[in-house]
Design a protein around this ligand. Structure first.
Ligand code: GUN
Length: 302
C-alpha cells in the first residue's frame, strides 16, 4: 500500500489559523500583538523571496511586521547597531537576520548580537544550549527541526522508543533535530543515530529507522531499498535540479527534488513528505509560532 502523504501545506494552514486566533485573543486581553522584524542585507533573489513570504505570513496572522532592507554595502558595525536598536525596541519580539550575509560581515558575530530572548530563529548559542538541555529550558527551537517534529507528531507517528536515523549533521537541521528527538518528553523519547558523509554503510543504518529524517542536500540520495517497510520518511532536501515554466504564471520556476527517491520510496514507507509541499512550508510557520511565544514569555502567559 502506498505511504500516507504528510502534507506540510495542510498542517501550515491549521497552525496559522491557531496562531491567528491566539493573536486576536491576546490583542483583546492585553492590547498588544507580536512584532517581528526581518532584516535583509543585499539583493539575493532567494533571500528576497524568503523574506517576502515571512513578512506576508506575519501580516496574515496579525503581527506587527517590519521589513528592514539594507544595502549590500552596510558595514558590520552599522548592522550590529541596527540589531541593538531592535533589541531595545519594546514593540519587537522577534528579530531575524536573513542568511547568508555578504562576505565582509561576520555571520557569527551578527547572530550572537541578537538578544537571545528575541532570537526566534533559535540560532544564538544560548538557545542552542537551551535546546540541548531540553524540557522547559527550551525557548525557541530552530524552525525547520521544530516543523519536522510537528509533522511527525500531528501524523500520529509513535516517537517513544522509535529508532530515529538522521542523515546529515548541519547546525540548522541535523544536529538540532537529533537532539530534539532524544529528549525526554512527548514527540521525542527516541533512540537516535546520526549518519553523515564519513559514515560507513549508511544504507544499513537507514534501513533500521522507524523514522528516517534526511537533510543531506543530495538529490535522490536515499534509495527505496534503504527504507524499512512502513517507516516514516521525512525529506528535508530542497534541491534545484532544473527550471520549468509555471503553467499558472508563465514564469520560470525551479524544479525541486528531495534527498529521497520519492516515487519509489512512497511504495515502501508508511508515511512520507513530498518535495515541495512537505517540510518546506513548516519553517516559516514555526517562525510565527516562536515569535508569538516570545510575546507570551514577555506577558508571562507562555
Ligand atoms: N536563510 C535560509 N533559511 C534561513 C532561516 O531559516 N533563517 C535565516 N535567518 N536565514 C535563512
Amino acid at each position: 500500500m502506498p505511504a500516507k502523504l504528510i502534507m506540510g501545506t495542510e498542517v501550515r494552514e491549521k497552525i496559522l489559523e491557531e496562531i491567528t486566533a491566539e493573536v486576536a485573543q491576546i490583542k483583546k486581553k492585553h492590547g498588544v500583538v507580536p512584532g517581528l522584524v526581518t532584516i535583509l542585507v543585499g539583493q539575493n533573489p532567494a533571500s528576497i523571496s524568503y523574506v517576502t513570504l515571512k513578512v506576508q505570513t506575519a501580516h496574515r496572522v496579525g503581527f506587527k511586521e517590519v521589513q528592514d532592507s539594507q544595502s549590500e554595502k552596510i558595514s558590520e558595525k552599522e548592522l550590529l547597531a541596527l540589531i541593538d536598536k531592535y533589541n531595545k525596541d519594546d514593540t519587537i519580539n522577534g528579530i531575524l537576520v536573513q542568511l547568508p550575509l555578504p562576505k565582509h560581515i561576520d555571520e557569527k558575530k551578527v547572530l550572537n548580537a541578537i538578544d537571545p530572548d528575541k532570537d526566534v530563529d533559535g540560532f544564538h548559542p544560548v538557545n542552542v544550549g537551551r535546546l540541548m538541555i531540553g524540557g522547559k529550558e527550551v525557548k525557541y527551537p530552530p524552525c525547520t527541526p521544530a516543523g519536522i517534529q510537528e509533522l511527525i507528531v500531528r501524523s500520529g507517528v509513535e516517537t517513544s522508543g522509535a529508532e530515529v536515523v538522521v542523515v546529515g549533521r548541519s547546525n540548522i537541521v541535523g544536529k538540532p533535530i537529533a537532539n530534539m528527538m532524544l529528549q525526554k518528553g512527548p514527540g521525542a523519547n527516541s533512540t537516535v543515530t546520526v549518519v553523515h558523509t564519513r559514515t560507513k554503510n549508511m544504507d544499513l543504518h537507514c534501513k533500521r529507522a522507524d523514522i528516517l529524517i534526511v537533510a543531506a542536500g543530495v538529490p535522490g540520495l536515499v534509495k527505496p531499498e534503504w527504507i524499512k517497510p512502513g517507516a516514516c520518511v521525512i525529506d528535508v532536501g530542497v534541491n534545484r535540479v532544473g527550471e520549468k515554466v509555471s503553467e499558472k504564471t508563465g514564469k520560470k520556476i525551479a524544479i525541486l527534488k528531495g534527498d529521497v527517491d520519492f516515487d519509489a520510496a512512497k511504495e515502501i514507507a508508511g508515511w512520507i513528505t513530498p518535495v515541495p509541499g512537505g517540510v518546506g512550508p513548516m519553517t516559516i510557520t514555526m517562525l510565527m509560532k516562536n515569535t508569538l511565544k516570545s510575546l507570551k514569555f514577555k506577558l508571562g502567559i507562555a
